[in-house]
Design a protein around this ligand. Structure first.
Ligand SMILES: [Ca+2]
Ligand SMILES: [Ca+2]
Ligand SMILES: [Ca+2]
Ligand SMILES: [Ca+2]
Length: 431
């Protein structure tokens, strides 16, 4: 029982170490990325990957983020955009595009440095506006490494998920819940994100679960999420007031989160290999106020912004063993290769012969060895069990067994001789 508890504790420690230890980090403050605005709909961001060992030295490879916007109200749109005085239909709509001014590295956007990405909501068009967002607007964020390697043991944070349907500035003529179907007051947006990479196996944590609604999750509106880590549901939107869950907003409120605050952040963790890209989609679910004929909010805020926080970590330093267990006879040795780490320790130090990747073990009794990587301050371990068989202990027949076996053989032999005699007797009789 005690052994089981100790084992369980070790397992928990292992999980903890795995979640905490990763080889690499993307740090926007130490290595400031370069933005390349390729078109109104495509922005690339490049930078160097750093070692996650405190030195934050360059790891020798980089990353590229590609953000691509699609959709927008230029085609058919369900939104009834109006002129800025509500006197008639809006002058124009156009395809969605980046707000270049809002797409940058900010000192604080989710409580820490972050890459903020922004849709432009409208552009001035003479005395009025051209509207640029609607429910079809989407930004796909893709991050990949320039060494072509897979991403494993990944942790990253999406910041500033919030919404706005109300102006809370008492000095504004739009003060209060005045936005709905009103283009004199222009501030409506609802952030929504769907994580594509690692879908179904990602683990999500929220700073403030009441701020974020996880579609398909087991959170209940108004209540905090029971478990801090949720594996179900990869789509999230800012938790607008919607007590009956019918995706119709109950009341116009201001759900904005200040940039200095992490309350709108979602941490995404995946202990496995998610492939070569981190991918998520950013858009707006469009939910309108209860009683609103067209069912959509106005999509008339100046812009809509979220962020990818500094500090994404990845890369496991778990030693990769060529085998997890083996059987040997006493006096023999078991040899395996240890990869995935440049240096490692072995415990217990009994019958250990270590030469680079090659590790040979010759314990005198069954032993579980723990192989721990000690690379770049990144520590993780794997286990290898060597079961030892004693040759003299191999089950042999007891002397009694041998005697019984001998008697059995003798019995068969007597029967055989008897049968042969019968056959011979028969042959003789026929003659
Ligand atoms: Ca409005
Ligand atoms: Ca509702
Ligand atoms: Ca509406
Ligand atoms: Ca936001």
């Amino acid at each position: 029982m005690q052994k089981t508890i100790i084992l369980f504790c070790l397992m928990l420690m292992g999980i903890f170490a795995n979640a905490q230890s990763s080889k690499y980090i993307i740090d926007f403050e130490t290595d400031v990325p370069v933005f390349n605005f390729i078109s109104d709909q495509v922005t690339e961001v490049t930078g160097n990957v750093l070692l996650n060992d405190g030195t934050k030295a360059q790891a020798g490879f980089g990353y590229k983020i590609t953000m691509t916007i699609s959709g927008g109200p230029d085609g058919s749109t369900p939104i009834n955009y109006l002129l800025r005085d509500n006197s008639g239909p809006a002058l124009a709509t156009a395809a969605s595009k980046f707000d270049v001014g809002g797409t940058k590295i900010r000192e604080q956007f989710g409580g820490a440095a972050a890459l903020s990405f922004a849709f432009l909501g409208r552009e001035t068009n003479g005395a009025d506006y051209t509207y640029l967002r609607d429910p079809s607007s989407n930004m796909r964020f893709t991050l990949e490494l320039d060494n072509g390697e897979d991403l494993d043991n990944v942790t990253y944070v999406l910041g500033d998920m919030d919404y706005s349907l109300e102006n809370t500035d008492p000095s504004s003529p739009c003060f209060g819940p005045t936005d709905s179907n009103n283009y004199i007051c222009r501030f409506s947006y609802i952030d929504q994100v769907t994580v594509v990479s690692g879908a179904g196996s990602n683990e999500y944590t929220f700073v403030d679960p009441a701020r974020i609604y996880q579609v398909g999750g087991n959170n209940i509106r108004g209540n905090s999420i029971a478990s801090s880590r949720q594996r179900v549901g990869d789509t999230f939107y800012a938790n607008v007031p919607d007590a009956n869950n019918d995706q119709i907003v109950d009341a116009e409120l201001d759900g904005r989160v200040p940039g200095t605050d992490g309350d709108g952040n979602i941490t995404v963790y995946n202990p496995g290999n998610i492939g070569k890209q981190i991918i998520f989609d950013y858009n707006d679910p469009g939910f309108g106020l209860v009683g609103d004929a067209d069912g959509y909010h106005d999509f008339d805020s100046y812009n809509q912004v979220m962020s990818f926080m500094t500090g994404m970590t990845f890369g496991s330093c778990k030693p990769i063993l060529s085998q997890g267990e083996t059987d040997i006879f006493q006096g023999e040795q078991a040899c395996i290769s240890v990869t995935g780490t440049s240096s490692y320790t072995v415990s217990p130090l009994i019958g250990v012969s270590q030469s680079g990747e090659n590790l040979c073990l010759s314990p005198t009794e069954t032993t579980v060895y723990t192989i721990t990587s000690i690379t770049d301050g990144c520590t993780d371990s794997a286990q290898f069990e060597v079961r030892v068989w004693n040759e003299t202990a191999v089950p042999t027949m007891s002397q009694w067994g041998l005697m019984i076996f001998g008697l059995l053989i003798l019995n068969i032999a007597v029967m055989f001789v008897y049968q042969q005699e019968q056959i011979l007797a028969g042959v003789t009789a026929k003659k």
